[in-house]
Design a protein around this ligand. Structure first.
Ligand code: WTA
Length: 654
């Protein structure tokens, strides 16, 4: 592994040394246009985060002003107390009385190539129709609605329609399996499921409705399923339960006054993986979430009226919530939305889209950037990318090589890059450059945004010196923070607010350099980050143990050039079952079926024992090393010396 080590130390060196000031032409007209200007904002945020966020909140439309900005009794925060507003009004209605009325809100492109544009006026109408359709199905304020749709405008319509009537949406990524969908529906007790006959992905139809049918067999809370016709795929319609979207909206009224909601009214639940137990339903509320997603959209992306803004995330992830739907629509942006796979039908699909729609802001994930880089420069070079003026990344640390490629080949050297750190739980970006003000260092998310008190600390909560590793925490509440884990307040307290006394613990390790820049070192718990998506080792292990041949399983992440981390699993079989390539394939499929294709292990190793501590805990650190160290040996199916390793380790401990 010598070359890899070398590369790692070189990139650490480069991380330290190279700094890219904001391109002059960009900085000149940026919203925040110098380090000094950012400094002033930071100072304001430090002096009084409440005042800082209060000013941001004034940019939204409130039907009743708040009485107090923050009510904080750890770990319970209430922002803009007693204020009333509606997220759909802020994303739609308020734009209708000015020049944005007929501006494109969503420019959509399907994978097969068709396009559709919805102006703010048209989107508003669709949302009102669908909100009334939901009401007609008996959905009332506070009810949960599960949304299981492809990347089509109706995903945003469904979310905003829920927000309009005070229903709580819970979007489930269309790549998740029926089983995962069922667990999420049952955890939240969803009344209605919104889905489509299918969606396009890599030229094939993903049969979403079939998955819903399978899931709904054991979802007693579901009284209705709404089905959008997208692919014209044959589906089974369950009379009495299933309704076609177009039939419901054809009958509905386009007049749907928005419900004025308390600032702390739940807006959505989004499930994400934790280190223990089943996925957690992260609950976000209305006022604080909208204030901070809008502020960050405007300032981190330096958003302009004429921008064509493209965040490539699926609405099934938090990035799709905050930076495809709520943040940009609250700012009146033109949002580009693309349904399908990044390299379909050719590796230049993204660049073709950028060229044809004149995209000016592109926000995507390091894993995608690495895949494009690998596919070769020629695909990007074949297109006119001169409309781009700002690039962003999110989801995992970006390696400096990919960062530079993004800057040069995609950004033509003229576009600043914002490397944005945040989480499902934080709701909005917390650590990021402001593109006209902050010098970038490839691989660093740079500095906490104004009004955000992030720090790297030791176990006792003391800041660590520059260069030293520690835990990434947030010391004061921020408006878009999660409010609880749905149905599990204890877990909320213990996972986020108990590990480092008095602070929010992110689960990430980090260090700060001498300039105060943050370098995220990755998760310190058992959460994997595969292609920017969070998976827990525990979910994968329980899926494996559910297979009749498996006695025990341990999942770990191993470094992967493309995915960031790949899933590697160690499996011990039940007596009488022998390892074989077929079984290996079967187990990989088994995990993909149970959770979704993103969880499919890249590597499976059979072993007759797993290394454990005396108390019986699997020694993941050891397995991680084994997985990383032996990755190049390809097809070694059994790990003969694992039990030896285990014995050695046990000897060491005793
Ligand atoms: C990681 C995605 C380094 C981190 C918005 C975090 C990052 C987890 C970055 C959250 C970044 C996200 N640099 N690491 N710019 N952005 N991460 O909940 O480990 O899907 O805790 O939210 O992704 O993933 P989640």
């Amino acid at each position: 592994m010598a070359p890899e080590e070398n590369e790692a130390s070189i990139s650490v060196l480069l991380k330290e040394k190279r700094s890219y000031p904001p391109p002059k032409a960009f900085a000149k007209s940026a919203r925040v246009s110098s380090a000094a200007a950012r400094g002033r904002l930071q100072a304001r945020g430090r002096k009084s985060p409440e005042k800082f966020w209060e000013q941001a909140a004034r940019e939204l439309v409130w039907s009743k002003p708040w009485r107090r900005t923050l009510d904080w009794k750890a770990p319970r925060a209430r922002w803009f107390v007693a204020g009333r507003l509606n997220a759909s009004v802020n994303c739609l209605d308020r734009h209708l009385s000015g020049p944005r009325r007929n501006k494109a809100a969503i420019v959509w492109e399907g994978e097969p190539g068709e396009t559709r544009t919805l102006t703010y006026l048209q989107l508003h109408r669709e949302v009102c129709l669908f909100a009334n359709a939901l009401k007609g199905l008996g959905v009332v304020k506070g009810d949960r609605v599960a949304v299981y749709l492809p990347m089509i405008p109706e995903a945003a319509v469904a979310m905003l329609a829920c927000a309009r009537i005070g229903a709580v949406h819970s979007v489930v990524f269309g790549g998740f399996s029926a089983e995962s969908l069922r667990d999420r529906i049952n955890d939240q007790g969803a009344k209605v499921v919104v889905t489509a006959d299918g969606g396009w992905r890599k030229g094939a139809v993903v049969r979403l409705k079939d998955a819903v049918d399978e899931a709904a067999k054991s979802c007693p809370s579901v009284t209705a399923v709404v089905v959008l016709k997208r692919t014209n795929t044959e589906v089974t319609i369950h009379e009495g339960r299933d309704h076609w979207w177009h039939r419901l909206t054809a009958k509905a009224s386009a007049d749907c006054p928005a419900e004025p909601l308390d600032s702390e009214h739940p807006l959505f639940i989004l499930y994400t993986s934790g280190s223990t137990g089943k996925p957690k339903g992260i609950l976000h509320t209305t006022g604080g979430y909208l204030v901070q997603t809008a502020w960050t959209t405007k300032n981190v992306f330096d958003l302009r009226e004429e921008d064509v803004y493209w965040c490539t995330a699926d609405v099934g992830w938090v990035t799709g919530h905050s930076y495809v739907v709520y943040g940009p629509l609250a700012c009146g942006a033109t949002v580009l939305m693309y349904e399908g796979a990044p390299m379909h039908p050719r590796p230049d699909r993204f660049w073709d889209i950028v060229e044809r729609h004149r995209v000016s802001i592109l926000y995507t994930a390091p894993t995608a950037i690495r895949a494009f880089m690998k596919a070769g420069d020629e695909h990007a070079r074949a297109h006119d990318l001169s409309s781009l003026r700002l690039l962003g990344t999110v989801g995992e640390p970006i390696n400096p090589e990919a960062w530079r490629w993004y800057r040069e080949v995609i950004g033509g050297g003229r576009c600043p890059i914002v490397d944005t750190w945040w989480q499902t739980e934080t709701g909005a970006i917390l650590i990021s450059p402001l593109p006209g003000a902050t010098a970038a260092k490839p691989g660093s998310a740079t500095l906490p945004l104004p009004g955000v008190d992030a720090e790297v600390v030791d176990r006792a909560g003391r800041p660590v010196p520059p260069g030293a590793g520690g835990y990434l925490v947030v010391r004061r509440p921020w408006p878009a923070m999660l409010r609880t884990v749905w149905g599990d307040e204890e877990r909320y307290k213990s996972q986020y607010w108990s590990q480092i006394p008095g602070m929010y613990f992110t689960g990430d390790g980090a260090r700060r350099d001498k300039d105060g820049y943050f370098w995220i070192l990755g998760r310190i718990d058992d959460v994997l980050n595969v292609a920017g998506h969070r998976l827990s080792t525990m979910e994968i292990e329980s899926a494996l143990v559910g297979h009749p041949a498996v006695a025990e399983a341990a999942a770990v992440g191993r470094p992967d050039e493309l995915l960031g981390q790949a899933v590697a699993v160690f499996v011990t079989l039940k007596g009488g079952r022998a390892p074989s390539p077929e079984l290996k394939e079967e187990l990989r499929e088994h995990v993909a079926r149970a959770i979704g294709p993103i969880a499919r292990p890249s590597e499976i190793r059979f072993s007759d024992a797993l290394p454990k501590t005396r108390s019986g805990k699997i020694m993941r650190r050891l397995l991680r090393e084994v997985a990383a160290g032996r990755a190049i040996q390809g097809d070694v199916t059994t790990l003969e010396d694992l039990s030896v390793l285990a014995r050695l380790q046990q000897d060491e401990e005793s």
